[in-house]
Design a protein around this ligand. Structure first.
Ligand SMILES: [Zn+2]
Length: 265
């Protein structure tokens, strides 16, 4: 499997790329700070699908609260599979890597985020940043999970969010900011697709061979092994892509306006 840090880092890298690619005339981000907020949300959202596993480190980001939510998510996912499974689908005894590992979940989560931001503006955007930063920090520094330190993670996420609330101008449309969640989730799915036994990306709407919860995946020989060398290579590549893009965005060499970064700091 791709490990937490690789999921979070790939979400940040893809998030930064998408933030720069979306034209401001489409409601895209117009400032460097917003590009970083977008990437922060995408990095955390790239861990969101694994909230269906109470064992995942990310499920401990917010202590008992996220752990409880994780159990609810797993049980709800399991129930959904058993409600919608076809005649050839086996009974689902564990909801991990099911409902939250479909593209529909990615679109729904993004739509919900967009609706929240459309209704509550900047406050909702920063609230989402706080939630997803908590996941991202936990994903990037999984060794913390050995300690009972979720209050530290929560504190750091809150501190960054408060700073973001004061220095980040709000120019991007609600639809664009919410799309950061979809970008993150889809990046997670791509990571699981190349590494795991597969993900039911299109379930339960597109049956394959009579199975509604068909797992799409690479043929076994092409799969990247769990926490092996390939995972380290991927993590290194995505880290380099993040560093490069942070430089490009922060220095104003990419399309977005970096003037506010200097002014804001
Ligand atoms: Zn996963």
């Amino acid at each position: 499997m791709v490990m937490g840090p690789t999921h979070a880092m790939s979400g940040a890298a893809v998030g930064l790329a998408v933030a720069q690619a979306l034209p401001a005339s489409w409601g895209g981000v117009a400032t460097a700070q917003e590009a970083f907020v977008y990437a922060g949300i995408a990095a955390g959202a790239a861990l969101l699908p694994d909230l269906d596993s109470p064992q995942a480190t990310v499920s401990r980001s917010f202590g008992p609260l996220s752990l409880g939510l994780s159990h609810v998510t797993e049980n709800a996912a399991q129930a959904l599979v058993n409600l919608t499974r076809g005649a050839k689908d086996e009974y689902c005894g564990n909801g991990h890597r099911t409902a939250t590992h479909t593209i529909w979940f990615g679109f729904l989560a993004g739509a919900a985020a967009s609706a929240l931001i459309a209704a509550f503006g900047k406050n909702a955007a920063i609230g989402l940043l706080f939630l997803f930063l908590g996941l991202a920090i936990r994903g990037l520094v999984p060794s913390w999970s050995k300690k009972n330190d979720w209050l530290v993670v929560t504190g750091v996420a809150a501190a960054i969010s408060v700073v973001a609330w004061t220095v980040v101008p709000h120019t991007a449309s609600a639809l664009v900011m919410g799309s950061a969640v979809t970008v993150g989730v889809l990046t997670h799915l791509a990571g699981d697709f190349i590494t795991k036994n597969g993900i039911p990306a299109l379930a339960p709407f597109v049956p394959v061979s009579g199975r509604r919860w068909w797992d799409f995946g690479l043929p076994a020989p092409l799969r990247i092994s769990a926490s092996g060398m390939a995972d380290k290579v991927l993590l290194t590549v995505f880290t380099a892509l993040v560093v490069l893009q942070v430089f490009l965005v922060g220095s104003g060499m990419s399309g977005v306006d970096a003037g506010h970064v200097v002014a804001g700091l």
